[in-house]
Ligand binder design. Sequence first.
Ligand code: 5GP
Length: 212
Amino acid sequence: MTRKGILFVISGPSGVGKGTIKDAVLRKINDVQLSISATTREPRTGEVDGRDYFFIGSSAFKQLIDQDLLLEWANVYNNLYGTPRQFVDRNINQGRDVMLEIDIQGALQVKEKMPEGVFIFIAPPSLEELACRLITRGKDAADSIELRLAACKWEMEQVKHYDYRVLNQDLDTAVDMVSSIIIAERCKIKNLNMGCDMIDSSFNQGFNGSGQ
Ligand code: 5GP
């Protein structure tokens, strides 16, 4: 039987740095396929359609919902975001690991549908620190920052639905932690899809091979 891929879901409150962590982890760890989301938000300077997101209009997004082509979707601060289902299913079924970097509402939907996924919550060191990051990154207007901070209390409570919590106090440490989670999950016996025969033979190899 071929090994199924592992689904890694990275999420956390807005501004916590999950995008930066995801980029750094993908540079360090091989063979993880990043899912590209569809969104109705306008591209930012430098963003490329099909690489950063699939930038589509509201009616095209509605069609994806109606045709059940999204694994999950959510309204995130007045823009729609969703994960195309086919990319995830195809890669997982062909034994490739997939990463999603999505908001918490979306992660909870994925958890319902694919509870076998690995859910990683990126947490800010404190609310003050998060406020500071939202202000200094300069992407959001003042009222939007207030909205994001107000949502943060509910978002932090959702950590109980996740498998891992990674505190983003220091970027390098957070990247190491997420990379370690991926490596450890890949080593789990259930993720190796070993039958008893294979376990027996690798056990014997261990004894008869270099271990002797
Ligand atoms: P941004 O517009 O800054 O790239 O992303 C805004 C938020 O939307 C981030 O929290 C990001 O994780 C989230 N997001 C990106 N893609 C998806 C998606 O496919 N589904 C959901 N639910 N959230 C997403």
